[in-house]
Structure formats: structure tokens, C-alpha cells
Design a protein around this ligand. Structure first.
Ligand SMILES: NC(=O)c1ccc[n+]([C@@H]2O[C@H](COP(=O)([O-])OP(=O)(O)OC[C@H]3O[C@@H](n4cnc5c(N)ncnc54)[C@H](OP(=O)(O)O)[C@@H]3O)[C@@H](O)[C@H]2O)c1
Ligand SMILES: *[C@@H]1O[C@H](CO)[C@@H](O)[C@H](O)[C@H]1NC(C)=O
Ligand SMILES: *[C@@H]1O[C@H](CO)[C@@H](O)[C@H](O)[C@H]1NC(C)=O
Ligand SMILES: *[C@@H]1O[C@H](CO)[C@@H](O)[C@H](O)[C@H]1NC(C)=O
Length: 316
């Protein structure tokens, strides 16, 4: 797939805001969508739920999130909140006059379930979410739990996982499949043996201190949507939120540092899934209807590199 084609799939694109097309109303961040290989529309702004656990807390944050306009929810088996998310949505969708089809649910295969177990793990996640079908199922990590990262077995196991997930698509358990924390070499390996379905998405650590351009270029070229995680630096890390350059740009544009850190990927056609507990943060993180000028985009894209999350370079 050529790159022009790829950018045309951002049906409602942030580029629209950048070019300042005066033909229509600017599109709000909450309405931006990308058309996946399957034809499904995926919101570019989603809600992350790592470390948000417990029936009441999940219900409260999802209540705020749906009210604010989020329509994509990102979870994983290892977050141990799938069941509570399923319960909360049963109560909240009617409250917001939404149906299952209005919501996009992503969950992930645990590194503990790589290989032949992947199909059962997908079924188990769907049972917990109890939402009819999953929109997007991701291999959480290229490695397998309990297998030394330097061993080639990891490669055989993730290939088997993909085979099982393709079966999951054919059986209607999930509508789309993708990967997370894959490097270019992991993606190339998969593309040589994809059992007929290409990855829709690669969810990776992406922020000014970790922005591997080779990965973005490869994903754009292959029609794989890059989805950023830890855009704000992750939990309890103020390295980016308190950064002087981020703060300066935020003050200049009259936005919060978090909004700058979230608008920066969105403006590069990278999807985002910020996590927040407070209503104020939840509201701010989807209120991204502004443009960061080129010179400030360049400052953010010039930070020295220092990743915060797990490092897939170690996985064969
Ligand atoms: N695939 C993977 O391997 C992987 C890895 C990590 C994360 N993820 C996904 O990506 C999501 C987001 O990443 P993340 O959880 O690492 O963290 P993040 O989105 O970078 O940052 C979350 C932190 O920032 C705070 N925060 C949120 N909005 C704020 C605002 N407007 N102003 C100031 N502080 C704000 C949050 O605090 P409060 O919660 O206290 O509001 C939280 O501590 C996760 O929830 C998960 O769904 C995936
Ligand atoms: C709920 O949604 C339906 C279908 O989109 C619409 O016809 C109806 O007016 C909505 N009701 C409320 C209360 O928003
Ligand atoms: C993994 O394998 C490497 C290379 O054989 C070895 O140096 C390392 O100690 C192993 N790690 C663990 C946790 O076993
Ligand atoms: C790892 O690879 C070895 C050699 O190919 C094989 O015998 C073994 O079953 C593999 N283990 C797993 C967990 O796939």
C-alpha cells in the first residue's frame, strides 16, 4: 500500500486542521478516525486504563470518559480490569444513548498466553468483557513470558499466536488484530508469515523522548496505524509534564503541558490513548482542537532519547 493511500485513510484527519481548509467546520479531536484494513473506523483518541482497577473506579472514570467524548477504550488481560469494564459499559452505554457499535474496544494477549494458548486467551478476554466481539486484539509484547528474550522460541511463539488470532477473526471473536511493542524487524518477520491478515495497529511507547522514526516510516508505508502509549511519560513520571520546553509551548498556546504532549502525536497522524483518573484530566486530554506551530513541533521532535517503559530491543 502506497503512502498516499495510507494518508487518505485518515478520513477525518488532523492534517485538516493543520492546512486550515476553510471548506467546512474543523473536525474535533474526538471525531478523528482512521479506516483500518477491515474497513472499520477507529477513533484516533482513546482512553487508556492501565492501573485503573475496581468496579466503582472503572465505572466512574468510564462515565467521565464517555461524557467527554472518548469512544475507544484500551485494556489488556494483564490490567485485570476487563470484567469491570464489561460491567460498566452495560450500565453506561444506555446512559449515553450509545450502542456497542459506537464503542471501540481494544484488549491484548498476555505474554503468558503466547502460542497455541492465544485462541483460548482471546475467548477468555471476550467472555470477561462480555461485549459480543472485540474490535481490536493486540499481541501485547513480542516475547513470551518464561522464555529468555534472547531465545528464538519467542519468534515461533508469536507466529503461532498470530495464527490463532487470525482464526479468532474468522470466528468473529475479534474484528481486527494487531501488535504492540513491535520493532521494524518484528513487523517484517510477521509480514512474511501473516496467514492472510496484516496487523491493523502497532501500539508503542511514543513521546518526545522516544520516537523511533524508522518505525513510524515503516508503519506508514505498510498501512499500519501507529498508536502511542505513555504519551505523558507514564505513571508517576514528570519528566515530560514538567519539562521546561513543553511548559513554554503550553503557555504560549494557552494549553496545558499534557495537551501539548497529546496534540504532538495526533498532529503526526499517530493515535493516542492517554490514561487519567480525574475528571479534569479526562476532559483536557480530549480537548485537542488546536494546532501546534511547525517550529514548536520541531522542538518537541528534537528531545534527547530516554524510553520509560519495557524495551523490545531485547526481544529476538
Ligand atoms: N502496550 C503496552 O505495552 C502499554 C504500555 C503502557 C501503557 N499502555 C496503554 O497506554 C495507556 C496510557 O499510558 P500510561 O498509562 O503509561 O500513561 P500516560 O497516559 O502517559 O500518563 C498517565 C499519567 O499521567 C497523568 N495524567 C493524565 N492526564 C493528565 C493531565 N491532563 N495533566 C497532568 N497529568 C495527567 C495520570 O495521572 P492520573 O491517573 O492520576 O490522572 C497518569 O499518572 C495505558 O493506560 C495503557 O492503556 C500500553
Ligand atoms: C438516541 O439515539 C437515537 C438513534 O440515534 C435517536 O433517534 C434518539 O433521538 C436519541 N435519543 C436521545 C435521548 O438522545
Ligand atoms: C538469557 O540468555 C542470555 C544469553 O544466553 C543470558 O546471558 C541471560 O543471563 C539469560 N537471562 C535469564 C534471565 O536467564
Ligand atoms: C523452543 O524451541 C525448541 C527447539 O526448537 C523446542 O524444542 C521447544 O519446544 C520450544 N519451546 C517452546 C516453548 O516453544
Amino acid at each position: 500500500m502506497g503512502s498516499l493511500d495510507f494518508f487518505q485513510r485518515f478520513l477525518i484527519t488532523s492534517l485538516f486542521l493543520i492546512t486550515g481548509c476553510n471548506c467546512e467546520e474543523p473536525v474535533l479531536a474526538k471525531d478523528m478516525k482512521f479506516k483500518l484494513h477491515s474497513g472499520d473506523l477507529m477513533p484516533l483518541v482513546g482512553f487508556g486504563t492501565y492501573q485503573i482497577r475496581g468496579t466503582e473506579l472503572i465505572r466512574d472514570v468510564l462515565d467521565h470518559a464517555l461524557a467527554a467524548g472518548y469512544r475507544l477504550i484500551d485494556t489488556a488481560k494483564v490490567y485485570r480490569n476487563e470484567e469491570d469494564i464489561g460491567k460498566a459499559l452495560k450500565e453506561l452505554l444506555p446512559k449515553y444513548n450509545l450502542t456497542r457499535q459506537d464503542i471501540f474496544i481494544t484488549t491484548k494477549l498476555s505474554p503468558n498466553d503466547q502460542g497455541e494458548k492465544a485462541y483460548d486467551a482471546l475467548q477468555e478476554s471476550l467472555r470477561k468483557l462480555d461485549c459480543g466481539y472485540i474490535d481490536l486484539y493486540l499481541i501485547h509484547w513480542p516475547g513470551a513470558y518464561g522464555v529468555n528474550a534472547s531465545k528464538v522460541n519467542n519468534s515461533a511463539l508469536r507466529a503461532e499466536s498470530w495464527k490463532q488470532m487470525v482464526k479468532g477473526v474468522k470466528d468473529g471473536l475479534t474484528r481486527n488484530i494487531g501488535v504492540s511493542n513491535y520493532l521494524v524487524r518484528h513487523l517484517k518477520e510477521l509480514s512474511a508469515n501473516d496467514f492472510g491478515i496484516k496487523p491493523a495497529v502497532n501500539q508503542v511507547e511514543w513521546h518526545p523522548r522516544n520516537r523511533p522514526s524508522d518505525l513510524l516510516e515503516y508503519c506508514n508505508q505498510e498501512g499500519i496505524l501507529l498508536q502511542a502509549y505513555s504519551s505523558l511519560g507514564g505513571t508517576d513520571n514528570n519528566d515530560l509534564l514538567k519539562n521546561a520546553d513543553v511548559d513554554k509551548i503550553a503557555k504560549k498556546l494557552g494549553k496545558s503541558p499534557a495537551q501539548i504532549l497529546l496534540r504532538w502525536p495526533l498532529q503526526q497522524n499517530i493515535a493516542i490513548i492517554p490514561k487519567a483518573r480525574s475528571k479534569k484530566h479526562i476532559d483536557d486530554n480530549i480537548d485537542l482542537n488546536f494546532v501546534i506551530p511547525d517550529e514548536d513541533m520541531a522542538i518537541l521532535s528534537g528531545f534527547s532519547q530516554n524510553r520509560y517503559a519495557w524495551n523490545p530491543e531485547t526481544v529476538v
